[in-house]
Write a protein that binds this ligand. Structure first.
Ligand code: GLY
Length: 283
């Protein structure tokens, strides 16, 4: 049991992880001593270490369908170092899912589907489940009632079916009549941000975009258009997604195409997909 030796404190935007008993006890004393105002209750969560993945489902309130997996790279610097961000890049599908499929289905998805069917829980739309696999056990970190980026940008280029009928079916309770078909492909997304992200955003720098190759997609995030220019207007400015028949070709496309984009101070991680690029050609 690791409950006693580590816990996370979540107060609005403040998240701190304590990984030993003495620090944890000092932190509890600080909390009840009024450091963050008057405290009555605290939530102590098990400290988990492992590989994270984002798992998506869609639901019409009765039926659920899997909507793919992606692995986000949250840290700003290569080697998964530096500050946390909204996501510096991602890849899809996640090979880790293959080894965890049955456990995820049995312990997370099926109980959710049963709760929906039995009316114990009501939800229609896209559900983004943050999963962490620790010691070969998948844990739910969070449920988000939305798509997430860069995950959605990475997953959607692999969807062969039209997404609109699926979303309408979510609202009408007819998801069981819809089939979702996926490309037998791999995708990798690289996010371009300003060089001081995540401390500050990039503003009003002119963006130049060259001719991207056909298999690549470019998604705008923090951009704005004036009458004749495209300008930066946010932290994560845009993302380039490459697809291919392996992670190597997808990443080669994403990195070749992001070079066709430019703005002053543009930065991006060069190691997106490091877990899969060198070892995993097919799953
Ligand atoms: N990329 C993580 C999120 O959208 O929450």
């Amino acid at each position: 049991m690791r409950f006693y030796f580590s816990f996370a404190i979540k107060l609005k935007k403040f998240l701190k992880i304590y990984d030993n008993k003495n620090n944890s006890i000092s932190a509890i004393k600080e909390i009840f001593g009024g450091k963050f105002g008057k405290a009555k209750n605290i939530l102590i969560e098990e400290f988990l270490v492992g590989e994270e993945m984002s798992f998506f489902i869609v639901s019409d309130g009765i039926n659920v369908k899997n909507f793919g997996t992606a692995q986000d790279h949250k840290r700003v610097l290569e080697g998964d170092k530096g500050k946390n961000t909204g996501g510096m890049g991602a890849y899809s599908p996640v090979p880790l899912y293959e080894s965890q499929k049955e456990k995820i289905d049995e312990t997370i998805i099926q109980p959710l589907a049963d709760a929906l069917k039995e009316g114990r829980f009501s939800y229609k739309g896209v559900l983004f489940i943050g999963i962490l696999v620790d010691n070969d056990i998948p844990y739910v970190l969070e449920f988000n009632a939305r798509f997430g980026d860069p995950e959605a940008q990475t997953i959607l280029p692999r969807l062969k079916s039209d997404i609109v009928p699926a979303l309408i079916a979510c609202t009408e309770g007819t998801l069981d009549q819809i089939s979702l078909d996926w490309e037998d492909s791999f995708s990798l997304c690289v996010v371009a941000c300003g060089d001081s992200y995540p401390q500050s955003s990039s503003r009003d720098k002119e963006i130049a975009i060259g001719q991207l190759s056909e298999e690549a997609k470019l998604f705008h995030a923090g951009t704005k258009k004036t009458s004749d220019k495209l300008l930066t207007n946010g932290g994560r400015v845009l993302a380039v997604v490459g697809t291919g028949d392996s992670f190597e070709t997808a990443s080669e496309s994403a990195y070749r195409n992001i070079e066709k984009v430019n703005f002053e101070g543009m930065d991006y991680r060069k190691d997106i997909g490091w877990r899969v690029r060198s070892k995993c050609q097919s799953i």
